[in-house]
Write a protein that binds this ligand. Sequence first.
Ligand code: SAH
Length: 220
Amino acid sequence: MDHYSVLRERMVKDQIEARGVADKRVLEAMLSVPRHLFVPEDLRGSAYQDSPLPIGEGQTISQPYMVALMTELLHLKGDEKVLEVGTGSGYQAAVLSLLAAEVFTIEKNERLASKAAKRLKDMGFDNVYVIVGDGTLGLKEEAPFDGIIVTAGSPSIPQPLTEQLKIGGRLVIPVGPSGMQMLKLIVRMEDRFIEEEKGGCVFVPLVGKHGWKSGHRFAN
Ligand code: SAH
């Protein structure tokens, strides 16, 4: 087994399973995606640490535990159509691609989007589609979705995203001010939405029409 596989096993056991993520398929996906290939080369040695890491353009790849937790909350079985908002490095999209049929992922930063698209293609994650744009608008042409995951912190729940959920569909999104957000799960029922709080988290801001306005200064 190579060095990185050993670190990955340890990451899954000590950071993810130990904190209560139990979905076997999620744990297997976290074991198989080579996270070190999604971070800048000089940070590869830190790729399996219990923290987010910078990926350029002022953005970050999320903490492994947060990726696993948010993925588990989507309850994926394998045949779903999923939307991710905030492609970043493409790591979360790669994890989702092993657990769902199709993953559409929107990134507003063109440079990050094209790097992630190339990386995902080179690594053979061929059921992931990277789109450049404002993900707070969702992706009308591909809606409705079984699952939507937002990997940036939003001031509130963008209405287009709840509208683009199937009945029974699940939306996972960090909501709140820049220093600290609450991870929320929204489930669309026939006639209403159920909302649950899943704990505190810290993400970079979601900037867009139904997110923070660009130019807004984030108090840290
Ligand atoms: N899921 C990523 C980490 C995301 S960091 C990973 O696995 O690496 C959050 C990302 O959201 C950043 O890349 C940022 O540019 C992007 N972002 C912020 N606002 C956005 C918006 N309105 N639409 C799409 N992407 C957005």
